[in-house]
Design a protein. Structure first.
Length: 130
């Protein structure tokens, strides 16, 4: 079965904050990362994304959260559909606690990064599953 979507990571030009977050075992334990990878691969093969795995952020146009729960921690990968057709760019990682993102400004950071990627598509690197 082929992929419906390809994943990309936001880069600021010098670093890849998504890859760095996923590689940090203090923030994302190995089994949590395995579950995140499994869900990303599942979504890559899914034409239409719905809850409980994803949700559009109503107050942040264009931003989608990928929802992963592991050991009572609610990991959230914020991103958007683009910049190209059938591409999804991971913009910013967060944790959800009590219906709030940690950090609180995660969605705003994701919006700003989305604008950067739309303006300069080279800000999106192909996501590597490691």
């Amino acid at each position: 079965m082929g992929f419906e979507w390809t994943f990309h990571d936001y880069t600021d030009g010098d670093s890849n904050p998504i890859a760095e977050w996923l590689a940090d075992r203090r923030q994302v334990p190995i089994k949590a990362k395995a579950k995140i990878d499994r869900i990303l691969l599942q979504l890559a093969q899914t034409p239409l994304w719905v809850r409980p795995l994803t949700s559009n952020l109503d107050d942040h146009k264009g931003i989608v959260e990928i929802r992963v729960r592991y050991m009572n921690i609610q990991y959230r990968l914020l991103g958007f559909r683009g910049p190209g057709d059938r591409q999804f760019t991971l913009l910013y990682p967060a944790i959800e606690q009590g219906d709030e993102f940690v950090p609180r400004n995660a969605a705003t950071i994701a919006e700003n990064r989305m604008a950067e990627v739309i303006e300069n598509p080279r800000r999106a690197l192909e996501h590597r599953f490691r």
